[in-house]
Design a protein around this ligand. Structure first.
Ligand code: DQA
Length: 152
């Protein structure tokens, strides 16, 4: 069974560490990727880590994940609140999906309270900073291991 997890990041997350550090912190996306790779080794997962400011690229990576991955961790950033197309793509993926937000979107503007992606996510982590990505990877590993144990 595949142990490959796609970790997908939406628009503006390339500026992590530089944009609104009071909200998103000082760590860069490269720091997040490094931490994910260290944890992935411990969890015996492989990682494809991507960021794009373009909705279609995120959709294409979800389609690629359909062919090869056991899970998706996704921070869709602002596409969370707007993209039915990303929801449709995730609905075509048959394995666990965990949605991550660095900030607590529920403490922020009302337009951030609704997520299209949450309609399909197995779990949602918000407000724990970049540590949320690591918790999400642990969540995917637990779900994949539980499934492997019921269908050995
Ligand atoms: C975000 C929250 C979104 O509302 C926002 O548009 C982002 C980042 C977060 O990680 O907290 O760009 O997804």
């Amino acid at each position: 069974m595949s142990r490959l997890v796609y970790v997908l990041n939406g628009p503006n997350l390339n500026l992590l560490g530089k944009r609104q550090p009071d909200i998103y912190g000082h760590e860069t996306l490269a720091d997040v990727e490094r931490a994910c790779r260290v944890l992935a080794q411990e969890l015996n997962l492989e990682i494809n880590f991507h960021q794009s400011n373009r909705e279609y690229e995120i959709i294409d990576w979800i389609h690629a994940a359909r062919e090869s991955a056991c899970g998706i961790v996704i921070n869709p950033a602002a596409f969370t609140h707007t993209s039915i197309a990303i929801l449709d793509a995730l609905n075509s993926f048959d394995h666990p999906v965990i949605e991550v937000h660095i900030s607590n979107v529920h403490k922020r503007e009302e337009f951030r309270h609704h997520s299209f992606v949450s309609l399909c996510a197995n779990g949602v982590i918000a407000g724990l900073g970049t540590h949320g990505y690591l918790l999400a990877l642990r969540g995917i590993a637990a779900l994949v291991d539980a499934k492997a144990n019921t269908n050995p």
